[in-house]
Design a protein. Structure first.
Length: 117
């Protein structure tokens, strides 16, 4: 059974940094694109950043220059380094992993990020 376990969320002051991690377990096939999404209260879930198995990345305009996504394929783990955090970054952050061989995606349970003074 595939599981995605996120960690690293919390409360941080504006201008601060956090690093999120998402570890995928239970998979015996290759993972394709891995990504981070977020959902603020009363808003739709939106893409923050995603990364291919080869390391290609793309970011939402709102986080470019502040967030960096990376992955360790040997550990089946994706990271999101978040710097210069703003109150507008407050949301539940979810990771997602795509499995092309199965034509299916799995989601993590979400981790809360709160940016407030």
């Amino acid at each position: 059974q595939v599981q995605l376990v996120e960690s690293g969320g919390g409360l941080v002051q504006p201008g601060g940094s956090l690093r999120l991690s998402c570890a995928v377990s239970g998979s015996k096939v290759s993972i394709g694109i891995m990504g981070w999404y977020r959902q603020a209260p009363e808003a739709e879930r939106e893409l923050v950043a995603r990364i291919t198995s080869g390391g290609g990345t793309n970011y939402a305009d709102s986080v470019k220059g502040r967030f960096t996504i990376s992955r360790d394929n040997a550990k089946n783990t994706v990271y999101l380094q978040m710097n210069s955090l703003k109150p507008d970054d407050t949301a539940v952050y979810y990771c997602r992993a795509d499995f092309p061989a199965w034509s299916i995606s799995y989601w993590g349970q979400g981790t809360q990020v709160t940016v407030s003074s």
